[in-house]
Write a protein that binds this ligand. Structure first.
Ligand code: MSP
Length: 661
């Protein structure tokens, strides 16, 4: 028996320093699409994702929240996993850099590099902020002061370990500029790496830190912590069992077929990572692909800029497949892509509801109407049929070559070009005219069969991107699993000649643009304003009340208006996630008045159990309302931060029911 060919694909491991957003979704979806496509082709796929959990930033965030770094990351990692499940990510393995086996491997890798002479002990000289215990380079300083706290810095030296990156400069340049190998894509990134980083001179890299402790200790000198990028990059091999006993498929899957990421971390992957692997005598990954950014209001969408669009909300409103389609269709190869709600809705309406949805519903409706759902087998061909079937037959090769070269949007555009062609074919062949003449039954059946076959092929090719809805299409057009295999997309005429179709629901309902925009503007990623300086999504999520555009200042009120609010302190007696809701937590509060239940849309930002016993502030005289079948008697206050919603807490230890004024 011949062994299956393998395909190993990775996302970056994400920092759990804030909740995942659309930007993280893009890379993970692109990988998921490739993983599904390769599995359909029969490859033995390993799709790896995970989280990069060490470092000073996480340590500081955790301490600001009064929890341990491990507790802090555990909560956010759970949210990443929940999102991946929600949007249908079929990863095979999830690595956390805090996993014991990874930590052990990183220690061994570091020691190995040291023993081989590629890591040496030296002295790090830089600007040091004493209160922050942090080293900065000259260029990181802001007005000559610490970029974190703005205080004076001093010249300081510190013992540190260095990796001999400089000695790999020539080999890395040769690797990146070997056009045949195309190690780094798109090509534009190669020029950037070579001109900006390699030619000006690669310096040895400082690969240990002593200023914080949340990381992997150097095994033979444990006051030093391994530099996070060495820790993080190693994940791609430790996850397969390199230097550890947890897994044993390194020889099966390595070298990786592709490491996917956005452009800002291409430098680490195309310069440092190959150098480390060369030093370890490990083969290099086959490809690094650095896509562009999803931007919002002109800047990279990211957790620290606050302009984060909530993928849970988009998936809930438009469906997972629509979200997946939109992101992969819109992002051009290698370039940035501005996220816009208008663009998304236009795209969903025109491609999914109009072109694909209509083609399917018209075709199925005609087979039902003219032939009671089952085509007769007699055929009568015309030249125009061949024109359509030739385009359908050519589609698979086009999609494959575009998937392989990461041109997802082109692949999808090509499928939709053929779908449009098929819609035009309906107009050209006018089945409703053929249906009037009993002598044209064979011709009519031929036309409808061509349409069904076009739908079958298009839906197979779309299934890595829209895995949830395509099976419903197959059910409607009477295609068996055998007929929807990837390999069968290269043939025309696979459905049985007397195929029977089935009526089904509308797969992609049209979206009312004006209404949706009003709704989305109310809850998603508003532009930064005075009252909301980070541009963080405004308060609809917690109370699930989308009314009111957050970027508009509310009208002035009088003190009497404020006095109408009965704000009180409550103690959380119990807290649980609400079934079938990604957002809602159900609180039972000791309100000093006999207790009450309140729902709050902060499930993405807290684990319910961590809230029990803590104090919150709530509106006690809000009219009760029902959400997901549960009554909510008030509203718990929280506010948007760049990391998501945080509860507003009273200081000290007020009694339950204490008034807030
Ligand atoms: N932990 C490092 C990666 C280590 S890999 C060995 C890291 N983490 S991150 O959380 O900041 O994730 C960065 C990656 O998330 C990007 O490279 C990209 O894959 C994805 N994206 C985050 N924001 C994005 C956009 N706005 N647009 C597109 N991709 C984005 O860097």
């Amino acid at each position: 028996m011949t062994e299956k060919k393998t395909f190993y694909i990775t996302t970056p491991i994400y920092y759990p320093s804030g909740n995942p957003h659309i930007g993280h979704c893009y890379t993970t979806l692109a990988c998921d699409c490739l993983a599904r496509y390769k599995r359909m082709q029969g490859f033995d796929v390993m799709f790896l994702t995970g989280t990069d959990e060490h470092g000073q930033k996480i340590e500081k965030k955790a301490s600001a929240e009064g929890v341990t770094p491990q507790e802090y990351v555990d909560g956010i990692v759970a949210n990443f996993k929940r999102l991946w499940e929600r949007i249908g990510i079929t990863y095979d393995r999830f690595i956390r850099t805090t996993d014991d086996y990874h930590v052990e491997s990183v220690q061994r890798i570091f020691k190995d590099l040291y023993d081989r002479g590629y890591i040496y002990k030296g002295e790090y000289a830089g600007k040091y902020c004493v209160p922050d215990e942090a080293f900065w380079t000259e260029s990181q300083l802001v007005d000559g002061k610490c970029p974190e706290c703005g205080r004076e810095v001093v010249d300081a030296r510190e013992e540190a370990y260095f990796f001999r990156l400089s000695s790999f400069a020539d080999r890395i340049e040769a690797l990146l500029t070997d056009e045949e190998k195309a190690f780094l894509e798109p090509q534009s990134r190669v020029n950037e790496m070579v001109n900006n980083f390699i030619r000006p001179g690669l310096e040895d890299l400082c690969v240990s830190r002593t200023s914080f402790s949340w990381g992997v200790p150097v095994s033979f000198d444990d006051k030093h912590i391994v530099y996070v990028w060495i820790d993080a990059l190693s994940n791609y091999i430790t996850a397969l069992g390199y230097d550890n006993e947890r897994y044993s498929d390194f020889s099966q899957y390595w070298p990786a077929d592709v490491h996917m990421m956005a452009k800002e971390i291409v430098r680490f992957h195309s310069i440092i990572w190959p150098a480390v692997l060369m030093a370890l005598d490990v083969p290099l990954p086959k490809k690094i692909y650095g896509h562009g950014w999803i931007t919002f209001n002109g800047s990279k969408m990211g957790k620290s800029t606050g302009n984060v669009i909530d993928p849970f909300i988009l998936a809930d409103r438009y469906g997972v497949d629509a979200l997946r389609y939109h992101l992969l269709r819109e992002m051009p190869f290698g370039a940035d892509c501005a996220f816009s709600n208008e663009l998304m809705i236009t795209r969903l309406n025109s491609d999914l509801a109009n072109d694909l949805g209509n083609l399917l519903s018209r075709t199925v409706a005609m087979v039902l109407k003219y032939f009671d759902g089952t085509l007769p087998v007699a055929r009568e061909y015309e030249a125009i049929d061949e024109d359509l079937s030739a385009q359908v037959l050519a589609l698979q090769a086009t999609v494959e070559s575009n998937f392989e070269s990461f041109h997802f949007s082109v692949a999808l555009a090509e499928v939709f070009r053929v779908i449009s062609r098929a819609n035009k074919y309906i107009d050209e062949t006018a089945p409703w005219v053929l249906a009037k003449d009993a002598a044209k039954a064979a011709r009519l059946a031929t036309v409808l069969y061509h349409l069904l076959e076009t739908i079958r092929v298009a839906s197979i090719l779309l299934s890595p991107v829209m895995p949830n809805t395509m099976p419903e299409i197959w059910r409607q057009i009477g295609a068996s699993p055998e007929m929807t295999k990837w390999s069968s997309a290269g043939n025309f005429g696979i459905l049985t000649p007397d195929v029977t179709v089935s009526k089904g629901e509308v797969l992609f309902p049209r979206i009312d643009m004006d209404k949706e925009i009003e709704y989305l503007n109310g809850i998603l990623a508003p532009a930064a304003t005075e009252s909301n300086p980070t541009g963080t999504p405004a308060a609809a999520a917690p109370g699930e009340q989308p009314e009111g555009k957050p970027e508009e200042k509310k009208p002035e009120i009088l003190i009497d208006d404020f006095a109408k609010l009965d704000l009180r302190v409550g103690k959380v007696l119990s807290c649980e996630a609400v079934k079938k809701s990604d957002k809602l937590l159900c609180f039972s509060l000791d309100d000093g008045m006999g207790g009450r239940q309140i729902l709050s849309g902060i499930a993405q930002y807290y684990k319910p159990e961590e809230l029990v016993g803590t104090n919150v502030i709530f509106i006690a005289n809000l009219a009760p309302r029902t959400m997901r079948g549960l009554v909510s008697e008030g509203m718990i206050l929280s506010s948007a931060t760049p990391e998501g919603y945080r509860l507003i807490r009273p200081e000290g230890d007020p009694l339950p029911g204490a008034e807030v004024s």
